[in-house]
Design a protein around this ligand. Structure first.
Ligand code: TXA
Ligand code: MG
Length: 355
C-alpha cells in the first residue's frame, strides 16, 4: 500500500514544537499507522505492538518474512510485566543496562499478538535510552513494535537519509533525529525459564559488560559461525541473508603486504577497499585504481561501529566487482563488528599467515 510519508525533524532540547510533533507521531501509531523513529542503536519502524493489523503492516513495508519476530519497545523496565514473564535475571539485566541498547527475550504473555512475535512463545523486550524514542513510547501508552527501518536484507539505517532511501512511500512518518549514537543494533540475550542467559546478537553491551554485572552468559554458536545444516536458529533473524552488498565481500585476516600481494596476483576487477585509517595511504599509493573507504582507526571500534552500515550502503552505490574489508577481532564490541561483517561477507574469510 502506498503511503504519503511525512518527514519531520525532532532534535533535543524538546520545546513545544518537538512535543507536538511527537504527539502527532503517537496518534499515528495509536490509530494503527507506521512511524520511523531514531534510537541510540539504529532507526526503527514502529507500530502499536498490541495491534495485530498494525504489526502486519510492518512486515509488508519491510518485505520481511512473517516468521521473523519484532522487538517490543517499552518506556520503563517494569512495563515488561504486562507482556512477558519476567524473572530475577531480567531485573538484574534491567538494573545494569536499561534504558539502553539491550534486548531481552522472555516467555511471552497472551497480551502480545502472535503476529508481533512471529508465532513464537517468547517476546523480545527493549527499553531504549534515546530521548525521542523514550518520549514517543510514553505518549503511545502501548509498547511499540519496531524492527530496524531498512528493507529486509539491507543494512540497518543509522541516519534519516538511509530510512528515506529504503522506506519513503511505505510508512506514514519518518522522524529525523540525526545520526544514531552507536550505529549497530542492540545486544540480544535470551533468558530462559531457568534464568540461563544466552547471547543471540552482540552489540554495544558486550559479553564482558554482562559478566562484569555478575551474570553468566553463554554465546550462541550462530553469533560467530554459520548455522549447520538442519540446525534451528535460536533467533529467526539469524537464518536470513543480511547486510550483504551486491558485489562479493571478502574479509581479510592478516597483514597489509599479504593482502596487497594477493590482490596483485589475482584479477579482481574494480575493487572497493574498506580500510583502517592507518592503511589508507599505503593502499592508495599501491593500488591507485581501487576505491578506498575509511573504516576509522584500527583501535577505535566505536567509530567503526558508527560507520559500518553507512559504508556497506556506500559500497553498493558504485558497481564494484569485489569488496575487501578487515576481519575484526572478537573482543568487546569487536564481536558485534565481527558478527555483522561475517554475515555481510557470507563467511568468506581470506586468512594470511603473515610474512
Ligand atoms: O537495536 C535494535 O534492536 C533495533 C532498534 C530499532 O530497537 N531493532 C532491531 O530489530 O534491530 P530487528 O527486528 O531488525 O532485529 C531483531 C532481531 C531479529 O533477528 C529477530 O529474529 C530477533 O531479534 N527476535 C525478535 N524476537 C525474538 C524472539 N522472541 N526470539 C528470538 N529472536 C527474536
Ligand atoms: Mg533488522
Amino acid at each position: 500500500m502506498k503511503h504519503n510519508t511525512e518527514i519531520v525533524k525532532v532534535l533535543a532540547p524538546f520545546e513545544t514544537k518537538e512535543e507536538e510533533t511527537l504527539i502527532r507521531a503517537s496518534e499515528i501509531i495509536k490509530s494503527g499507522g507506521l512511524v520511523i523513529f531514531p534510537t541510540e542503536t539504529v532507526y526503527g519502524i514502529g507500530a502499536d505492538a498490541t495491534n495485530p493489523k498494525a504489526a502486519k503492516k510492518i512486515f509488508e513495508a519491510k518485505g520481511r518474512p512473517s516468521d521473523n519476530p519484532l522487538i517490543i519497545h517499552i518506556s520503563e523496565p517494569k512495563e515488561a510485566e504486562d507482556y512477558a514473564y519476567t524473572s530475577q535475571t531480567y531485573y538484574k539485566l534491567a538494573e545494569h543496562f536499561m534504558p539502553g541498547p539491550l534486548t531481552v527475550i522472555l516467555p511471552s504473555r497472551e497480551t502480545v499478538p502472535p503476529e508481533t512475535r512471529g508465532g513464537l512463545s517468547t517476546v523480545a523486550v527493549r527499553c531504549p535510552e534515546n530521548t525521542v524514542a523514550h518520549r514517543l513510547i510514553e505518549l503511545c501508552g502501548v509498547p511499540i513494535a519496531a524492527p530496524s527501518a531498512n528493507l529486509s536484507g539491507s543494512p540497518s539505517p543509522t541516519t534519516a537519509k538511509h530510512c528515506i532511501d529504503d522506506m519513503f512511500g511505505r510508512v506514514d512518518m519518518i522522524i529525523d533525529g540525526g545520526s544514531c549514537d552507536f550505529g549497530l543494533e542492540s545486544t540480544i540475550v535470551k533468558v530462559d525459564r531457568e534464568g540461563e542467559v544466552t547471547l543471540l546478537r552482540p552489540g554495544q553491551i558486550t559479553v564482558e559488560d554482562i559478566a562484569d554485572a555478575d551474570i553468566t552468559v553463554k554465546i550462541a554458536d550462530a553469533v560467530t559461525d554459520r548455522l549447520r545444516e538442519g540446525e534451528i536458529a535460536l533467533s529467526p533473524g539469524m537464518k536470513y541473508r543480511h547486510y550483504a552488498p551486491s558485489a562479493p565481500l571478502y574479509l581479510f585476516d592478516g597483514d597489509r603486504a599479504s593482502l596487497l600481494r594477493y590482490i596483485n596476483e589475482h584479477n579482481f576487477g574494480k575493487i572497493a577497499l574498506i580500510l583502517y585509517s592507518e592503511d589508507i595511504e599505503y593502499f592508495s599509493l599501491a593500488l591507485p585504481e581501487a576505491v578506498v573507504f575509511d573504516f576509522g582507526n584500527r583501535g577505535d571500534k566505536v567509530s567503526q561501529a558508527h560507520s559500518l552500515f553507512d559504508l556497506l550502503r556506500l559500497v553498493d552505490v558504485e558497481d564494484f566487482d569485489n569488496i575487501f574489508a578487515p576481519l575484526p577481532d572478537k573482543n568487546g564490541i569487536g564481536l558485534a563488528l565481527y558478527n555483522r561483517l561475517i554475515r555481510a561477507a557470507a563467511h568468506q574469510i581470506i586468512k594470511f599467515d603473515g610474512e
